[in-house]
Design a protein around this ligand. Sequence first.
Ligand code: NAG
Ligand code: NAG
Ligand code: NAG
Ligand code: NAG
Ligand code: NAG
Length: 323
Amino acid sequence: MACLSLVGLEAKKAFIIVDTQECFLENGSLPVIASQIIPQLNEIRNQKDCLFDIVVKTQDYHPAGHISFGTSHGMAPDSPNAAMSNSWRGGMTMQCIKNGGSNEACCPQYYVNSSSITCNPPFEYCPPAGFYNNVTNPMLNGNPACTLCAESPDQCFGMAMDLWLDHCLQNGDSTLSPNVVSKNSDIIVQKGHRYIEMYSAFMDNTRNYMSDLDAVLKQNNVTEVYAAGIATTHCVRWTVQDAVFLGYKANIIMDASAGIWGTPTSYANESEAIIDFQRQGIGVINTADLLAMSCEADPQDTSSSSMNALGFLFAVLSLASLL
Ligand SMILES: *[C@@H]1O[C@H](CO)[C@@H](O)[C@H](O)[C@H]1NC(C)=O
Ligand SMILES: *[C@@H]1O[C@H](CO)[C@@H](O)[C@H](O)[C@H]1NC(C)=O
Ligand SMILES: *[C@@H]1O[C@H](CO)[C@@H](O)[C@H](O)[C@H]1NC(C)=O
Ligand SMILES: *[C@@H]1O[C@H](CO)[C@@H](O)[C@H](O)[C@H]1NC(C)=O
Ligand SMILES: *[C@@H]1O[C@H](CO)[C@@H](O)[C@H](O)[C@H]1NC(C)=O
């Protein structure tokens, strides 16, 4: 029934399922009360995959000594408590390279120039004296920001970064949850660079390093994204914010997302999050809204087999670009 002249204008859509991994479920290394969203995600996949030209799954995939781990900055190792209230361990100011592109990196400002930092934990955490050894600490060793930002401060800028429990290690519990429907055509975006934090599926928190996702979506004429997963307050939030920044229409599926609420740098609750998302032009919907949408057959859409090949190439490219 689609009018032929409208076919080319029809918005192509992508579904981005963020970080539905063992590490972010209840028994994980950075646990979130999140298993309640799995039935919604699966309903969408089982009933409405036809809405989407591309389905993406993101995966936090950290090497040991990742810059976002409190332990990389001298905090004692800790395990999640029963109330799941100790995942966020503090914050620190980083110095990050301006326009670092695919070599983007950040270095603790305390390492670059300790006298420029006023320690004020947990918001401005400082390491124990002598902890930052640039040979033994993998977060500092070979980190280009640690040399550039000390030698040429004007080539770097300051940015606050959260510190977390060690989580989603490549050789740990970073596995995608087997309870969430997956298909061979799903595109996997891994987020694992040692010297940057990357909440979003599109780019790191400094918006310099880009995954291949934007290019793949644009090649496929995707103009609208729907995101859901873990956490509403962090990786889902940054993904939809970056989608808007990159010119997509973005939507967040609230009841298919789970948040880390009430930490000092997060949203207090869902109402606060919804107000902030809507203020930024992000559509806020629930699973029922998606299930009520109809899948119009697009006569031009013969892309599923070529997408498999593209998805495979993309997965290989993202692996190859990991440190
Ligand atoms: C967490 O682990 C416990 C003990 O093994 C198990 O009983 C429980 O079902 C697990 N919870 C989830 C959400 O996987
Ligand atoms: C380090 O920071 C202090 C305090 O902000 C400043 O006075 C000093 O010039 C900085 N040192 C270098 C080498 O940039
Ligand atoms: C460690 O820091 C020193 C002094 O800033 C520098 O000369 C050296 O190249 C650094 N080594 C590594 C492995 O980053
Ligand atoms: C994207 O749109 C362009 C221009 O309309 C078209 O030539 C191209 O085939 C489309 N690509 C896909 C993958 O649909
Ligand atoms: C949510 O958080 C905001 C901001 O702290 C607060 O004003 C509001 O009362 C909270 N709403 C609910 C439903 O708890």
